[in-house]
Ligand binder design. Structure first.
Ligand code: CA
Length: 232
């Protein structure tokens, strides 16, 4: 099996080299880019399995890079954030990042996060399909789709959103607490409970954009349930 390719986007040469060294030692193939535009070119050319993305870059910033990447790719992204600022973290997740690491970081922790994100992106059981009404997820191919009048339309979900949808779909009508959803979707993360709200909001929006509205019901004071709200 070919090892996963990690794209390191970082303009600080020392940090980039350090990360590449640790990733290589853990068995990953690596490539790097020191500007946002170089990163976008690399994503198209090499189709990496995961991107480590610095936010402060010399040309376009990491948020812009992620937005452009997300226009046509669900590749897992972990932000490398210089500012320990929860607004940045939430903005990053809203744009579709799968995790974040705050600088200064322990390179071994970054490698562990890379492994965790890749595992939950790829490590789902093969050839299983879960359906609920018009919504369908294929676990082996990592595709989520909805049936519409015009046919089947894929949902462009991040790895975390996909995990969240799978978790909810496996037990429709069950009320999940935020913490249990967080454990299911971001098991190695120290993210706050409310980051799940951001992922849920994104998932709802993507479903609604494809005509599937009202599917995820908020259960006040507890969490969420996958069921169509009665519209009350
Ligand atoms: Ca930087």
């Amino acid at each position: 099996m070919i090892s996963s390719l990690v794209l390191v986007v970082e303009d600080d040469e020392d940090i980039a080299s350090l990360l590449e060294r640790y990733l290589a030692r853990a068995g990953y193939r690596t490539t790097k880019a020191s500007t946002g535009l170089a990163a976008l070119a690399q994503v198209l050319r090499l189709q990496p399995d995961l991107i480590l993305l610095d936010i402060g870059l010399p040309d376009i910033d990491g948020f812009d890079v992620l937005t452009k990447v997300r226009a046509n790719s669900a590749v897992p992204v972990i932000f490398l954030s210089a500012m320990d600022d929860s607004m940045d973290k939430l903005l990053g997740l809203k744009l579709g990042a799968d995790d974040y690491v705050t600088k200064p970081f322990n390179p071994q922790e970054v490698v562990a996060r890379v492994g965790a994100v890749l595992k939950r992106t790829k490590g789902v059981a093969a050839t299983e399909v879960i359906r609920h009404d018009e919504i369908e997820v294929q676990l082996d191919s990592h595709i989520a789709a909805v049936s519409t009048e015009k046919g089947r339309v894929e949902l462009p979900l991040t790895a975390t959103e996909f995990r969240l949808l799978v978790c909810l779909l496996r037990s429709p009508y069950k009320t999940f607490e935020r913490t249990s959803l967080l454990d299911a979707c971001l098991p190695e993360s120290d993210a706050l409970d409310r980051t799940i709200d951001t992922h849920i909001a994104n998932l709802r929006r993507k479903l609604a954009e494809r005509g599937q509205e009202g599917y995820i019901t908020t259960v006040r004071g507890i969490g969420y349930r996958f069921a169509r709200s009665t519209g009350a």
